[in-house]
Write a protein that binds this ligand. Structure first.
Ligand SMILES: NC(=O)c1ccc[n+]([C@@H]2O[C@H](COP(=O)([O-])OP(=O)(O)OC[C@H]3O[C@@H](n4cnc5c(N)ncnc54)[C@H](OP(=O)(O)O)[C@@H]3O)[C@@H](O)[C@H]2O)c1
Length: 247
């Protein structure tokens, strides 16, 4: 028996896919034969990334914190690439601060990008998925949404919220053939973690049983599985990709 993941004929939209984990997810879904929509705040950057990925990839500019901009990008994507079969809510930001100093703006910015953006995008694609009686929603949360983390009350709340959101969507739309799952990365080497001081990086490495930071491709592989026919009986789950850190 041979097993092969083939996404040809399917269209995936990945938010925040101009770099980091999102870009790797888009490249991986494209390598499996899917058409992919690249989304980032700059239309030019998104178009350049799509051109680098190759035929079947298209770039769209949108800010996920702006519901109108996100809905327009989804409409443009469907007009260009066809109905969205796989939605990956990946765009995310951090605005770290101790709770005592955290401003309401820092709270709102993180919740708007990480949680409300996923709600708006999911709502925009779900009607079409219901009609077609198939679809995959994959939300990129974080182990921090499970464990909590000092200095990240806003980020942890947004990521924990995403897990509850995903479980609810999974229950509401299972009967319509739509599966919703989360991937929870641990410590992945991207722009988001680049600013971490060396001492913190070393301490983190000691807490990772596999002894290395994750690569964006490690997360993309988990997303590919959840997007594929191999995951046809998996919904409402959170797949942790953290080198064994959370245990
Ligand atoms: N790196 C880690 O260790 C780690 C661990 C756990 C979870 N995660 C999660 O994984 C996801 C990706 O993280 P990453 O490390 O790849 O981050 P990253 O390198 O900072 O990239 C973030 C991506 O999101 C886009 N983005 C940010 N704000 C946006 C907005 N308002 N509207 C549209 N796009 C926006 C950026 O695009 P533009 O700048 O081009 O707009 C970029 O493509 C996030 O949800 C993050 O929370 C990361």
């Amino acid at each position: 028996m041979s097993v092969c993941i083939d996404l040809s004929g399917r269209t995936a939209l990945v938010t925040g896919s101009t770099r980091g984990i999102g870009r790797s997810i888009a490249e991986t879904l494209h390598a499996a034969g899917g058409h992919v929509a690249i989304l980032g705040r700059s239309a030019e950057t998104a178009a350049a990334v799509a051109a680098a990925i190759g035929e079947g990839a298209r770039g769209f500019g949108c800010d996920v914190t702006d519901a109108g901009s996100l809905r327009r990008a989804i409409t443009d994507c469907e007009a260009t690439l066809g109905p969205i079969d796989i939605l990956v809510n990946n765009a995310g930001v951090t605005r770290d601060n101790l709770l005592i100093r955290m401003t309401a703006e820092e709270w709102d910015e993180v919740l708007a990008a990480n949680l409300k953006g996923a709600f708006i995008a999911t709502q925009a694609v779900i009607k079409g998925m219901m009609k077609r009686r198939s679809g995959r929603i994959i939300n990129v949360t974080s182990v921090v949404g499970i464990t909590g983390n000092k200095g990240q009350a806003n980020y942890a709340a947004s990521k924990a919220g995403l897990i509850g959101f995903t479980k609810s969507v999974a229950k509401e739309y299972a009967a319509r053939g739509i599966l919703a799952n989360c991937v929870a990365p641990g410590f992945i080497d991207t722009d988001m973690t680049a600013a971490l001081p060396e001492a913190a990086r070393t301490a983190l490495l000691e807490a990772i049983p596999l002894g290395r930071l994750g690569a964006p491709a490690d997360v993309a592989a988990a997303v590919l599985f959840l997007a594929s026919d191999l995951a046809a009986y998996v919904t409402g789950q959170t797949l942790i990709v953290d080198g064994g850190m959370v245990g």
